[in-house]
Structures are given as structure tokens and as C-alpha cells.
Design a protein. Structure first.
Length: 241
């Protein structure tokens, strides 16, 4: 039985957040979503969110009953102060600090703080985010230590007992595809493959075996490699006895 508590999922429209939405719909009696418009170069990810929500609701009646309100938060100020390849037309590479130049300083800290403020108002205890320390681009605000520290700060600062869930923290992209199949079978895998957007360049002109994207940016390379590993592992393991 799903937990009686409600959850708020950070839902960008990308693969990881879509997998987290399915994960939450399996576990909580009510699930709301939140997205952030910070002037991201791949803003098209926000355009697919509502179609994805409708698709998820159509997949299963119990999910439709649990899926609640969506919230969109404009954060133009974050994009305005960020000189990164996610907020400017620039080539993807490494910055002088040793981090990918797609790193938007403070992004996940800000997202989760705003999410907690919305969760506070909506009476939601659980906050779900798709950050990952296993298959990530080196972003320090995706690390488990960061999330745990932020949970403590949010609970102290808001006098609440929020729980920050990170179901993808210790799994790679191949395992994320496998988790998707485990939760919703081939129908959910196809919904995420076709419906989500991860490409940093915002390219949805070509549908690959792993989904839409330019096929060259770091996000596409990570997603494609994970899909290939997942398919290869499925072939190696074969059908279960």
C-alpha cells in the first residue's frame, strides 16, 4: 500500500526526473510535481512535462488518481547570474575550476529550497529528486553528502521534518533504465524514451534508440551509453526462469 503521506517530485521533463515520478507514484498516496524555468538553454524540457504527466496518468488508473497538482517556478535570476553552457550559447567542456562548464552553481540547492517552501505550503512531507552520485557530470550539488546536509538545514530552517528522497543516488543510467522497466514495464520505458528530454542542446529533431537528442552533448552521451548497457545486460541475462 502507498504511504499516506504526500510527495513533491522535482520534475524537469528529463529521464531521471520522470523515473523518479514513477517511483513516487508507486509509493505515495498523492504526488505533486514542480519544475523550474531558469532560462536553461534546453528549455524544451519544460514543454514536454505536461504531455508526460498525461501519459503517466493514462498508463495506470491508480497513478492517475494519485497524480496531483503541478507547480512551475520562474527563476530567471538564476540564469541571469550563471555563466554556464546550460544558460549561454557556448560549447560544452570543462571550466578552469575542474568542473564541467554545464554546472550551474547553487542550482540544486535553490531548487530544493523552493521545493521545500512549496511542500510546506501544500502539506507535503516527502520531496523526491533525481540527483545521482554514480552517473553524473561531477556536480557537487548532486552528492549524497550535499543532499543530507540540505535536508538538515531545511528541517531546521522551516521547523519541519521533510524527507529528501534520492532513488537514483547510487545507480547508473543503465540501472535507471532497468528501474523504469521494473516499475512500469515496456510501456513506461517507451513513454520515457519518447516523451522525456535530456539533451543539453535542446535538440528534438531526431529520435534515437535511447530517445531524442543531438547525440553529442554530455547528457546525450550519458543517456545513450546507459541505454546500450541496459540492453546488453538484458540480452546477457536472458529471460528469467
Amino acid at each position: 500500500m502507498p504511504a499516506a503521506d504526500g510527495a513533491l517530485v522535482l520534475f524537469s521533463g528529463g529521464q531521471d526526473s520522470a523515473a523518479c515520478l514513477a517511483w513516487a507514484l508507486e509509493r505515495f498516496s498523492s504526488v505533486e510535481t514542480i519544475g523550474f524555468d531558469y532560462g536553461q538553454r534546453h528549455r524544451i524540457e519544460l514543454d514536454v512535462r505536461e504531455d508526460l504527466r498525461r501519459t503517466f496518468a493514462a498508463l495506470r488508473g491508480d497513478w492517475a488518481a494519485r497524480l496531483g497538482e503541478d507547480h512551475m517556478v520562474p527563476l530567471a535570476a538564476l540564469g541571469a547570474i550563471s555563466e554556464t553552457s546550460l544558460t549561454r550559447e557556448a560549447a560544452f567542456g570543462m571550466a578552469k575550476e575542474g568542473l564541467p562548464d554545464s554546472f550551474v552553481p547553487g542550482r540544486n540547492l535553490i531548487f530544493l529550497t523552493f521545493a521545500a517552501a512549496v511542500a510546506y505550503r501544500r502539506g507535503l512531507r516527502h520531496i523526491v529528486t533525481g540527483v545521482c552520485e554514480t552517473d553524473f557530470s561531477g556536480y557537487p550539488d548532486c552528492r549524497d553528502d550535499t543532499i543530507k546536509a540540505l535536508q538538515v538545514a531545511l528541517n531546521l530552517g522551516m521547523e519541519k521534518r521533510f524527507v529528501l528522497h534520492t532513488p537514483l543516488m547510487w545507480i547508473d543510467k543503465a540501472a535507471t533504465w532497468a528501474l523504469t522497466e521494473e516499475i512500469g514495464g515496456a510501456a513506461l520505458v517507451e513513454a520515457i524514451r519518447v516523451g522525456t528530454h535530456t539533451c543539453y542542446a535542446g535538440d528534438r529533431s531526431v529520435l534515437h534508440e535511447w530517445g531524442y537528442g543531438c547525440g553529442r552533448c554530455p547528457a546525450c552521451e550519458l543517456r545513450a551509453a546507459g541505454h546500450a548497457r541496459w540492453r546488453a545486460e538484458a540480452v546477457t541475462e536472458g529471460p528469467s526462469a
